[in-house]
Write a protein that binds this ligand. Structure first.
Ligand code: URA
Length: 237
């Protein structure tokens, strides 16, 4: 396995961070300072040290969680329960949430030990689609739908949102329900986009990230490992 892959897979940083660490001479293989991340090592025999500490080979782990309301997307919090605390204690080490959902948002959340994976999914440059089901007080007309889809101002000092997609819109006297697909992950983005056209979100659930949908057999608070096919969808296999 390549040295840089070994170091990202063992949770020591993203591929670009590893490049810098190697350049700085922080990585040794069998006692010699590594010069290049592309060098091949035998992870079962060679001793790799990062900042003078031996790196044990442990494969990265990837989970999907059906995030319930009321828990925060953090590894530590002094006040609220965290998504990490929903996991069995022996699984928690090295695990972190990929991006954030608000405390009151439910739905699909990935947790992993792989920093590179997280970066690839969350960077707006990668244009990974995230689809949310929402219920909001207020109504949406055709013009507002067009503005939301084209890109809308959600704050004076922020650029317009990137193009988005609305689907399955249903409206009654007071409530608008539907799905919004976006490729960014700005703070409270869905709520703020809908607020910008006068709709106040009262329920929000993430349904999918890229090609991977929430496994509806998972009750809120339950999790499972991502399958090979799901990882394949993100070029991890
Ligand atoms: N947009 C929001 O407003 N909240 C979330 O939790 C996710 C996207």
């Amino acid at each position: 396995m390549r040295l840089d892959k070994f170091l990202t897979e063992t949770g020591n940083g993203t591929r670009s961070q590893i490049k810098v660490y190697i350049k700085k001479g922080l990585v040794t293989v069998n006692g010699s300072v590594a010069k290049d991340g592309s060098v091949h090592i035998d992870e079962t025999k060679d001793t790799v040290c990062f900042q003078n500490k031996a790196v044990l080979y442990q494969k990265n782990r990837y989970y999907m969680l059906h995030k319930p309301k009321g828990v925060v997307c953090a590894t530590k919090d002094n006040v609220s329960k965290t998504v990490l605390q929903l996991f069995a204690p022996d699984l928690q080490k090295g695990l972190f949430p990929v991006g954030r959902l608000d405390k009151d948002t439910e739905g699909l959340l990935f947790l992993t030990t792989d920093g590179d994976f997280s970066h690839r999914l969350m960077s707006p440059k990668k244009h990974v689609e995230k689809t949310y089901y929402f219920e909001a007080e207020g109504s949406l007309d055709a013009e507002e739908i067009k503005r939301l889809e084209a890109g809308i101002e959600i704050a004076k000092d922020e650029p317009l949102t990137l193009p988005a997609r609305l689907s399955d819109i249903q409206q009654d006297n007071t409530l608008t329900k539907g799905c919004l697909t976006i490729t960014e992950g700005r703070f409270h983005q869905v709520k703020r986009m809908l607020q910008a056209v006068g709709c106040h979100v009262v329920y929000l659930k993430r349904l999918s990230i890229g090609q991977v949908s929430l496994d509806e057999t998972l009750a809120p608070g339950e999790y499972r490992e991502l399958t090979e096919a799901e990882l394949h969808a993100f070029n991890k296999k």
